[in-house]
Design a protein around this ligand. Structure first.
Ligand SMILES: Cc1cc2nc3c(=O)[nH]c(=O)nc-3n(C[C@H](O)[C@H](O)[C@H](O)COP(=O)(O)O)c2cc1C
Length: 315
């Protein structure tokens, strides 16, 4: 499916807008955290107001530098990264990036992380009344930092604790982002719903390793990293399908989405919206073009609303 030649999603006969946990979006295509900077980096490359939402890079209480380089390497069908969540800290983010983001007519969702439950609470608290912020995506699933985050995503009790804590701290839309490396994704999806989450997103990157055979060392300075891109799409699709079957709250599907057809697969599997990650590095207009391609698919198949596609998998 060549999304670039598809009809525009402004076509009158179809409605590509969606609601995700109370956030109204013009299209079902968001950007995935960590692959789109904080927004301004992409402003000259794509029309930010044609995105469903911008999900910014992970933000913590304090500024951090991230991992030493090499932080990324290509594998045969995916990208391996161990960036380690460098960030300007919540105050730095609000001062540096929110003045720009407030001028753009697009929902802003802030991806947050911490090393303790108290740190998650603190970031959520500080963002709660920041004008222009619509939602918080809770990153409990980054495989690339040594403390906290990854464990919150794989231990059900810790996952509930952090989700509950953020929920109680904020009135913003709360979207826990699930880790793929758990034995029962439905249990995590259900726990998010029971803890008051407005939606869930999945998947984060999959823990992985690449080795330089000349040096016999890992290709990333961190040792292991997180795999993203086309390699993970079928895994993500299955997990999204299982999670969406277990809950009533909206699901944001993430993982290897490069084309409109990829995105439509996620909608059929049960996602109410999708987020585009690694594809942004290849084509900065990917999210916009994928939204147009979804519109084209809907026209060709006589689908009037995105919600008519969601969860329409035939068995
Ligand atoms: C370079 C890079 C940085 C990322 N940073 C974050 C982050 O800060 N927070 C987060 O929750 N996910 C982060 N992710 C994960 C993505 O948001 C997404 O879940 C993952 O890349 C899978 O989607 P994709 O295959 O479309 O890239 C990052 C991914 C990449 C490739």
């Amino acid at each position: 499916m060549n999304s670039g030649t598809q009809p525009s999603c402004a076509d009158e006969d179809i409605d590509v807008s969606v609601q995700v946990g109370g956030i109204q979006m013009r299209t079902p295509v968001m950007t995935a955290s960590g692959t789109f900077g904080y927004g301004p980096e992409y402003a000259s490359l794509t029309d930010l107001e044609r995105l469903g939402a911008i999900v910014v890079k992970g933000i913590a209480v304090h500024p951090t530098r991230g991992n030493p380089t090499a932080r990324t390497c290509e594998t045969s069908c995916g990208l391996l990264n161990a960036i380690g969540l460098p960030n300007p800290g919540v105050n730095g983010f609000v001062e540096t990036y929110m003045p720009f983001l407030r001028q753009v007519d697009v929902p802003v969702i802030v991806n947050i992380w911490g090393k303790t439950v108290a740190e998650y609470e603190e970031v959520a608290h500080r963002l709660d009344d920041v004008q222009g912020v619509r939602g918080l995506e809770i990153n409990v699933s980054c495989p690339n930092i040594k403390e906290g985050s990854a464990l919150f995503g794989t231990d059900l009790d810790m996952f509930k604790r952090v989700t509950n804590a953020v929920r109680k701290t904020t009135n913003l839309t709360v979207i826990p982002k699930l880790a793929p490396n758990v034995s029962d994704i439905a249990a995590f999806a259900k726990a998010a719903e029971d803890s008051g989450a407005d939606a869930i997103s999945l998947i984060n990157s999959i823990p992985a390793l690449a080795i330089d055979v000349e040096t016999r060392r890992p290709r990333l300075a961190n040792g292991t990293g997180g795999l993203t891109g086309p390699a993970i799409k079928p895994i993500a699709l299955k997990l999204v399908w299982e999670a969406a079957s277990a809950v009533r709250i909206p699901v944001v599907g993430i993982g290897g989405i490069f084309t409109a057809e990829d995105a439509v697969e996620f909608l059929i599997a049960g996602a109410s919206a999708v987020a585009v990650g690694t594809a942004n590095f290849v084509n900065p207009r990917a999210a916009e073009e994928i939204a147009d391609g979804i519109a084209g698919y809907m026209i060709r198949h006589g689908v009037k609303r995105v919600s008519d596609l969601v969860g329409s998998l035939k068995q």
